[in-house]
Design a binder for this molecule. Sequence first.
Ligand SMILES: [Zn+2]
Length: 167
Amino acid sequence: MTRPSNPSKRRPQANEDEEPAEEVPSEAEGTPEKKERVLHTRVPAVLERELKRFADNLRIPVSNLVRAILEDAMEVAGSASQSIEGRLAHAAEELGKGRERLTKRVLPDPLADVFAYQPVTLAQEAICAKCQKTLEAGDRAHLGLTDAPSQGPKARLFVCNSCLPRS
Ligand SMILES: [Zn+2]
C-alpha cells in the first residue's frame, strides 16, 4: 500500500516553448500500471499555436490539453483503429467545434458558482470563460458574480453575449 513519494518523479509542467522533454519518471518500481508513456509526434505549426493558445486560455499545460484531446478523440472514434497521428489530426479538426466539449473535459464548469451576471463594458481584454473567445476592451460582456473568495484578476469570470445563459 505504501506509495513511493519521490517528488522528483513528478514531471515538470510542459508549458514551455520546446517539445515536451524526453524525460520519463525514473524507475517507478513496483507500480508498472502507474507508468505513463511519453509520445512524440509532429504537429503542424498552426495546430501547435492553436493548442498553446487554447491551453493558455484554460491555464493548463499543453500536455494536459493534448491528453484530453486524445481521450476525447478516442471516445469519438470509438475504436483503437486510428493512429495517434490520425487522432491528433482528427482532434485538430475538432478543436474548432469541440472547444466547449474539451473545456468541459479538462475543467469543471467555470460558471458553476455564478449566481448572477452583470452586464459590463470591458476596459481590458478578457476571455470568455465559456467559449474562450477573446473579448476586446470596449466590448460588452457579462461579469459572473460568485460568492467564492476573490482570487484576484485571474479569477474574474466574464462571458460573452452568446454564452450568457438564457431562459
Ligand atoms: Zn463565449
